[in-house]
Ligand binder design. Structure first.
Ligand SMILES: CC(C)(COP(=O)(O)OP(=O)(O)OC[C@H]1O[C@@H](n2cnc3c(N)ncnc32)[C@H](O)[C@@H]1OP(=O)(O)O)[C@@H](O)C(=O)NCCC(=O)NCCS
Length: 116
């Protein structure tokens, strides 16, 4: 996303095995936040990834603004981190907890959200 030739926003979709696409890495320049750019970025990428992979699109975030933008774009909070998106792609990739501690992670569905 550009304004007057300057980048003010960015978002990406990262591919995972078996055709899953993760929406993430959203960023809006701090001087331009809170005026709807995040919403516009997420709406646009949700449309693109759903056209490409349907219900294999997902996002994982700890940012409440991103959660709000994703809900605004039609994504929904999904409490089950095992399916339909496999654990290996949701919690399996998290670097904050050792593999053995992941099943009891206190962040999951609290500060850390899965959206489909
Ligand atoms: C997350 C980010 C991209 C959002 O961009 P933005 O331009 O500020 O977002 P918007 O102005 O479009 O607002 C998005 C939603 O957040 C809501 N919001 C604003 N401040 C909020 C807050 N403090 N808590 C919760 N929601 C908030 C807005 O009301 C809006 O929701 P709505 O349309 O339902 O009303 C931006 O804040 C950012 O770059 N953050 C740092 C990088 C980051 O953490 N990215 C997330 C990676 S997953």
């Amino acid at each position: 996303m550009r304004e007057n030739g300057r980048a003010v926003g960015f978002i990406a979709a990262w591919d995972w095995p078996e055709g899953y696409l993760e929406i993430g890495s959203a960023w809006v320049d701090a001087r331009h936040r809170g005026i709807g750019h995040g919403n516009r970025l997420v709406v646009e990428i949700v449309g693109l990834v759903r056209a490409l992979v349907g219900d294999r699109a997902f996002a994982v975030t700890t940012n409440p603004r991103f959660v709000a933008a994703a809900l605004h774009a039609g994504m929904r909070l999904h409490p089950d981190w095992h399916g339909p998106i496999p654990w290996a792609v949701t919690c399996g990739k998290c670097d904050f907890f050792a593999e053995s501690d992941k099943p009891g992670c206190p962040k999951r569905n609290a500060s850390c959200r899965l959206l489909l």
